[in-house]
Ligand binder design. Structure first.
Ligand code: ADP
Ligand code: MG
Length: 719
């Protein structure tokens, strides 16, 4: 069945009770305010929590459950039991104190005996729990020392009336606990949910293809909604939640699979071209080193992509220092040999400069056909660069996001490379691609992205991993130090500099615009310069400096004129200075683990033993110290990334600029990893079977995607 697009189904009575009256019937797709107990104000609050329709409400799943299903007789209660009793109110008493506080006490009994209960500050119970009313009450049995008797304090309860036990909501069952939202308490949501389910559960239809439900042994959608809210066992509730999480992942992965299919099968633009074998040997022969097995494997993966008629969309992951640049250079070499232009985009000017330098040396034969497009270029210089890009004289164009600005026109752009992809949003990636007619795209990242995230954020990309470092690297020794160790840290830096090595000291700058932090970094530079190391050349680089000034400090550091570089996090990405052996990170507790790992990767790139010293500030919590310790314990970027993701959550992990992560209502990117992998497999299979998503089963999926992900930040354009 396809549900109507409008939220209210109209029904015209054939024999209207009154002429001209059209009755509208509330359906599962109606706004929640059509539910009994939900006024305009509550509807507004719910909308903020992403709940607009009754169906959305069903996806508002409990954050936990309390198991009050064990029913006991009163005379068998023992202190500490967490149980339910079914009792009658014998007598009650309300005491009010000044300040509006109160206690309501009740004596309760069943056939076996009597027990007491009291509720603080709920005076209205006086009218609810009247003498003789039958209630179901759930709570922990306590012992009152003064009265020397057992009692319940603030227990959950529900009036039994004529109800059947199965109809209970707040007590005597597995009770769903909802997060309160705005001014709506979890208890009220429970009530509203019950009403909604009673009325509209029957309208719930399956939306997953039947083969998927069968393959994954999923509970039916209708049962899942019922059981995720009001289950008869925790296990059933858990399976219901799992099914809904799966569904969410599946819908999202269908979007991803459809997007990917579109990218792959684009007609126009760059068709596959073969890599000339001799060209490749020439390239390899020109390198100052042998490629690692991992680099060779990734290069052949890229080659396969390029030779195939479809467009390449590949993510290259490799820990810092694993040698991604030369892999990119191999792809560039062949693109240029086939007559195409290449664009490579880096997130910072410093990194763009560095790429320009390393690519110029790796692809030396291209000479001045390699062009650097900087932000602060003089008008004439810029005009010349743009001219050579548009005529095709420029073969390789290196730059920052200046590359995606208006006015940058390529002659025949065939390959786009985006470095440190996590610094760019999805839209920037797309903008660069649009500079050509469906060029091949290679995105590179040194932030090891946990699998869950790469399957969502980069789900439309093929993934290659360089999982091996070039030979001869010594592991980096990592230590955590606090203020009491500062003197010794400085002594150590001095000894390294005296041995001819170089040092980074990084100061955290949370926001590029943060003046206070900037002042702190500047002050530190001055102090080191004047008091601590007056005899050593020290440079300072930060994000607010002019591009030329930055570049000249970086050049002085890389040529060895400067021994110690004090900087804000601008050195985070890509800088390659093999003689630098010490990375000191001030206030390391303010950074995420993945970011610290990145910074650490700036050292250990040469033949000398390297060190990373993580300074923790006075105010750092024990928790923060513990977190930092992870870095000292492992150098595996993926382990660190998983830990970081768990500690900080996906949004924070990816940084504010990343827009690709949808908000899932039920699924949890960290906990439900296995589900995601399964859902992805199934979604891709669906697209294999029905690429146009035109079959009735697929249409139901597409409709559901439109309803589920509206305004949730996912890039939804299914087909
Ligand atoms: P990243 O993956 O962090 O971008 P780079 O591409 O900057 O790493 O490479 C780090 C360093 O390792 C560079 O100095 C590079 O020349 C060197 N390198 C890359 N591949 C190899 C290799 N196979 N053997 C030796 N050195 C290599
Ligand atoms: Mg790099």
């Amino acid at each position: 069945m396809t549900l109507p697009a409008c939220s209210t189904r109209m029904r015209v009575f054939l024999n209207p009770p009154q002429e001209g009256i059209i009755a509208t019937e509330t359906t599962i797709l109606s706004p929640v305010r059509f539910l009994k107990g939900v006024g305009p104000k509550s509807a507004g609050i719910l909308a903020k929590a992403g709940v607009e329709t009754i169906e959305d409400l069903f996806y508002y799943v409990p954050r936990a459950y309390t198991d009050w299903s064990e029913v006991s007789e009163v005379d068998r209660l023992r202190v500490g039991d967490r149980v339910t009793v079914i009792v009658k109110v014998l007598s009650s008493d309300l005491n009010r104190w000044r300040g509006g506080r109160s206690v309501f006490m009740a004596a309760l009994e069943d056939d076996s005996g009597a027990i007491f209960a009291r509720w603080y500050n709920q005076p209205y119970l006086k009218t609810t729990l009247t003498k003789g009313s039958k209630i179901v009450l759930s709570g922990e049995v306590r012992f009152d020392r003064h009265a020397r008797r057992k009692e319940f304090i603030n227990p959950a309860f529900e009036l039994m009336g004529e109800k059947d036990v199965a109809e209970l909501v707040h007590a005597g069952r597995i009770v769903p606990e909802y997060s309160q939202t705005g001014g709506i308490s979890g208890k009220r949501i429970r009530r509203i949910m019950k009403t909604a389910l009673d009325r509209h559960l029957d309208e719930v239809t399956e939306l997953l293809p039947a083969w998927v439900v069968k393959r994954r042994s999923l509970p039916a959608r209708r049962d899942a909604f019922r059981d995720v809210h009001f289950a008869t066992s925790l296990e059933i509730a858990g399976r219901a939640r799992m099914r809904l999480a799966y569904e969410e992942f599946f819908l999202f992965q269908v979007v991803v699979a459809a997007r990917r299919r579109r990218l792959k099968t684009r007609e126009a633009g760059v068709k596959g071209y073969t890599w000339d074998k001799h060209e490749h040997e020439r390239f390899l022969g020109s390198l100052p080193f042998e490629l690692t097995a991992a680099q060779n494997r990734v290069i052949s993966e890229i080659r396969t992509d390029i030779e195939e008629p479809g467009t390449m969309n590949r993510l290259l992951q490799g820990d810092v220092g694993s040698g991604k640049t030369v892999v990119a250079a191999a792809a560039m070499h062949h693109a240029v040999a086939a007559g195409f232009q290449v664009a490579i985009m880096a997130p910072t000017e410093i990194l763009a400069e560095q790429h320009y330098a390393s690519i110029s040396s790796l692809l030396g034969a291209l000479g001045d056909r390699i062009v650097l497009l900087r932000g602060g270029m003089k008008a004439k210089e810029r005009a010349e660069a743009l001219e050579s890009i548009s005529t095709g004289a420029a073969a390789v164009v290196v730059g920052t996001h200046a590359l995606i600005q208006k006015g940058v026109e390529f002659h025949r752009l065939g390959l786009v490379i985006v470095d440190e992809q996590h610094r760019f949003g999805v839209t920037q990636r797309a903008a660069l691609r649009k500079k050509g007619r469906s060029p091949d795209v290679l995105v590179m990242t040194a932030t090891p992205i946990p699998r869950t995230l790469s399957l969502t954020v980069y789900g439309d990309l093929d993934v290659s991993v360089i999982d091996e470092l070039p030979p001869g690297r010594t592991p980096i020794t990592t230590a955590v130090r606090d203020e009491s160790g500062r003197g010794r840290v400085y002594d150590f830096l001095r000894s390294q500099v005296e041995d001819g090595r170089q040092v980074f000291i990084v100061y955290p700058l949370v926001e590029e615009s943060d003046k206070i932090e900037l002042a702190a970094a500047t002050k530190m530079h001055e102090e080191l310069n004047r008091k601590i190391f007056p005899d050593i050349a020290i440079g300072l680089v930060h994000g607010r400096m002019k591009a030329e000034d930055k570049a000249s400090v970086m050049n002085a550091f890389s040529s060895g004129e400067i021994s110690i570089l004090v900087s804000t996090t601008v050195v985070e990405v890509g800088v390659d200075i093999p003689n630098a052996t010490v990375m000191v990170i001030e206030h390391s507790e303010r950074f995420g683990l993945a970011q610290l790992h990145q910074l650490r990767g700036r050292v250990g790139r040469g033949e000398h033993r390297s060190y990373c010293i993580l300074m923790v500030g006075r105010g750092a919590s024990d928790e923060a110290r513990e977190r930092i310790q992870v870095l000292a314990d492992t150098s595996d970027g993926f382990v660190i990334a998983e830990r970081d993701l768990k500690l900080r959550g996906p949004g924070e992990f990816m940084g504010v600029r990343q827009h690709g992560i949808p908000k899932f209502a039920v699924a949890d990117l960290v906990m439900d990893m296995r589900l995601l992998v399964n859902a992805r497999e199934d979604a891709f299979e669906l697209l294999e079977q029905d690429g146009a998503l035109a079959e009735p089963e697929s249409r139901a999926v597409v409709d559901a995607i439109k309803r589920r992900f509206k305004g949730r930040g996912a890039l939804i354009d299914v087909g």
